[in-house]
Design a protein around this ligand. Structure first.
Ligand code: AMP
Ligand code: MG
Length: 330
């Protein structure tokens, strides 16, 4: 199958709609990462997404809809705090999990009985979703466990020959996947951290839990348990105060002929004295936006990526550290 990359125009949208209505999958941009979308009501189309990505069949998909879509046709029992959060943060990088009304295929949620709903703010995503007018199930448009894609070229690298069309909306501004928030209980609970932070949710509705998977427990958000976001090179991860050890490893490996690169924030990069480095940036939003791009660059330039965790914690850094840890731990 030939994979085309096309700017978002009336022509490419009409082609995308034909593919989706025929049960196929199309990649499209969002403000977080690129998604691989298919008709959420069509079980075969949804199963096809799992097959294309090689995604484990117990890791549910997020349903994407346009800004005027009636969420009550998908979700049941939307609590008052969820309405408040929707008003404040949607459209935007926040996915909310509700009890499902059963209007999308059960394959979307791998039989969990819930549905994760997202309204992306990206203009191209909105055009695509409005053109179709149907709920679109979409995971990130990468091969499962590989680094998520933040450009059309990243999608092409992973899925060339496997999908017919990539709608190109340029580089994603957010850079890490949406915050996933469980809205089925008394209070909202963060299942996956992202650009809408725990602090932001708390400030809006007063309280917010955070789900941490314990050893041996069945995951409430199955995606949490998988190694993820990983570059194809070898990796090592050091804490912010372990720079000397990171540099020691770099020097030792380079001496034995193994090409290394250090992934770190701007302030640390200045202390590396000419060693090969991949700079994340200096503030949390910039580091989130650059993370996956740098991980994909690492695959091209080194055999061992040595990541040094940024010093800042909390807020958006919770999401950045969650991805960095899953990408670089062995
Ligand atoms: P991705 O599509 O790669 O961005 O991953 C989607 C994330 O949303 C995964 O971590 C899933 O486990 C999570 N997710 C999707 N649907 C649900 C759901 N119904 N309940 C809990 N988590 C969900
Ligand atoms: Mg993903």
């Amino acid at each position: 199958m030939e994979t085309k990359i096309a700017a978002i125009t009336a022509d490419s949208l009409s082609r995308a709609a034909r593919i989706i209505r025929d049960g196929g999958a199309v990649a499209f941009p969002t403000e977080t990462v690129y998604g691989l979308g298919a008709d959420a009501r069509n079980t075969e189309a949804v199963e096809n997404i799992f097959a294309i990505k090689g995604r484990p069949n117990d890791n549910p998909l997020i349903v994407h809809v346009h800004t005027d879509y009636d969420i009550s046709s998908l979700a049941e029992g939307v609590p008052a705090y969820a309405v408040k959060l929707s008003e404040k943060f949607l459209p935007g990088p926040l996915t909310m999990v509700y009890k499902s009304k059963g209007s999308v295929s059960p394959a979307v949620s791998c039989g969990l009985g819930t549905v994760a709903v997202r309204i992306p703010s990206h203009d191209g995503a909105q055009k695509f979703l409005k053109y179709l007018g149907i709920p679109i199930a979409a995971p990130s448009a990468n091969v499962s466990k590989h680094v998520s894609p933040t450009s059309a070229e990243h999608v092409f690298f992973d899925l060339n020959g496997k999908i017919p069309l990539i709608l190109d909306g340029g580089a994603c501004s957010g850079g890490i996947e949406s915050t996933v928030l469980d809205c089925t209980g008394e209070i909202p609970v963060i299942l996956r951290s992202g650009l809408i932070t725990r602090e932001m949710v708390e400030e809006t509705v007063g309280t917010c839990g955070e789900y941490v998977l314990k050893e041996g427990e069945r995951a409430r958000s199955p995606g949490m348990k998988y190694k993820h976001y990983s570059p194809s090179c070898e990796t090592a991860l050091f804490a912010a105060d372990e720079l000397a050890s990171a540099v020691g490893l770099y020097d030792e490996k380079e001496k034995s002929g193994i090409c290394c690169a250090i992934l770190c924030e701007s302030a640390v990069a200045k202390k590396l004295g000419g060693r090969r480095c991949l700079v994340l940036g200096s503030d949390p939003a910039e580091m989130a936006a650059n993370l996956y791009l740098r991980l994909r660059e690492a695959e091209k330039i080194c055999r061992l990526l040595i990541a040094v965790a940024p010093a800042e914690r909390g807020g958006v850094m919770a999401g950045v550290m969650n991805r960095l840890t899953k990408a670089c731990r062995n």
